[in-house]
Write a protein that binds this ligand. Structure first.
Ligand code: AHM
Ligand code: MG
Length: 333
């Protein structure tokens, strides 16, 4: 059987990209290499004391960092610094954005915003986790230091976005705005190979993902939606929807992308802005969802149209099959 590696695919598609000059292709290839290294770390985590467990620090959002969060963050940052395509980054694990100092990096045209290891609470218990990334062209002049304005761009300006799922296999899924393609890491050859060409999210589905422990601390419309659509046996069905909540956004999103479904993380009385971060969790997945025919909103507004105001800004997040997201939104005032 003929296989297409990620590298071959990126090269073949380079001309699709309006600024085609090879840099974005190199950057995507660098992300794939760094994620292979992180995948290797994840696969051995239970065996290595220096990989598993708490790091002993908290990030700017007050969350306890795991050793693997920090290791993954460092792996990606080193790759970006060495590549020369990126002039600065922002990540969940760093308080502030990080403009790269070298003249080499400052010639880079891109910034990357990323969550190096999403689903931190699942690291120690051998449940799927992921990396999420979003790529923008810089606004500042090439050859200068990256600025906050480079980072705070609206999701519609994304040049590319994707995620890596460290699940029962490792998969990389990305878009450059011309559809969504998924690649599975073949450990025998160490390459990501095209396994899911032109991914489409089913228009509707039968699975919903929400931390239902929060049901009484979010607005009542969410409870109404879940009781009305998810927990009833609807006409023509033999049973209610299935609740499936992994607690790793990437894994829940990926399942819904393939099988159809909705993921909801609303604002709550304890997290009045929501929990998930606009820039490196919601926007990249929104770009993939829309490219696959799905929808991503705050419950009221389209995610990618939002103008970010802060690096670690949080929003309520409704993402998945188009009809399901629209139904959920109709319950919000
Ligand atoms: P993280 O980036 O610190 O891992 O937080 C994001 C995660 C998502 O992956 C997941 O869907 C959600 O937080 C789970 O939150 P909760 O434990 O509140 O249900
Ligand atoms: Mg995260």
């Amino acid at each position: 059987m003929a296989i297409t590696t990620l590298h071959e695919f990126i090269m073949d598609r380079q001309a699709d990209f309006k600024y085609a000059s090879g840099e974005l292709s190199r950057l995507l290839s660098d992300i794939a290499i760094a994620s292979k290294v992180v995948s290797k770390d994840v696969r051995r985590a239970g065996l290595m004391e220096d990989i598993l467990g708490a790091h002993g620090s908290t990030n700017v959002q007050g969350e306890e960092q795991q050793k693997l969060d920090v290791i993954a963050d460092e792996r990606f940052i080193s790759m970006f610094k060495a590549g020369g395509e990126v002039c600065g980054i922002a990540s969940e694990e760093n308080d502030d954005f990080m403009p790269f100092d070298s003249e080499f990096s400052q010639k880079g045209k891109y910034v990357v915003l990323f969550d190096p290891l999403d689903g931190s609470s699942n690291i120690d218990v051998n449940v799927s986790i992921g990396t999420i990334f979003s790529i923008y062209r810089r606004k500042s002049e090439i050859g200068t230091k990256a600025t906050l304005e480079d980072m705070l761009q609206c999701g519609d300006e994304q040049i590319a976005a994707g995620y890596v799922l460290y699940g029962s296999s490792t998969m990389l899924v990305y878009t450059t705005g011309k559809g969504v393609n998924g690649f599975t890491l073949d450990p025998s050859i160490g390459e990501f190979c095209l396994s899911h060409p032109n991914m489409k999210m089913p228009e509707t589905g039968r699975m919903y993902a929400m931390n239902e422990g929060n049901i009484n601390i979010c607005e009542s419309g969410i409870k109404d939606y879940i009781e009305t659509y998810c927990q009833q046996t609807l006409e023509g069905a033999s049973r209610p929807y299935s609740g499936r909540y992994i607690g790793s956004l990437v894994a829940d999103f990926h399942r819904n992308l393939i099988k159809g479904g909705i993921y909801i993380y609303p604002d709550t009385t304890t997290d009045p802005e929501g929990k998930l971060r606009l820039l490196y969790e919601c926007n990249p997945l929104a770009f993939i969802a829309e490219q696959a025919g799905g929808l991503a909103t705050t419950g009221r507004h389209r995610v990618m149209a939002l103008q970010p105001t802060r690096l670690h800004q949080r929003i309520p997040f409704f993402v998945g099959s188009k009809k399901m997201v629209e139904q959920a939104m109709s319950f919000l005032k």
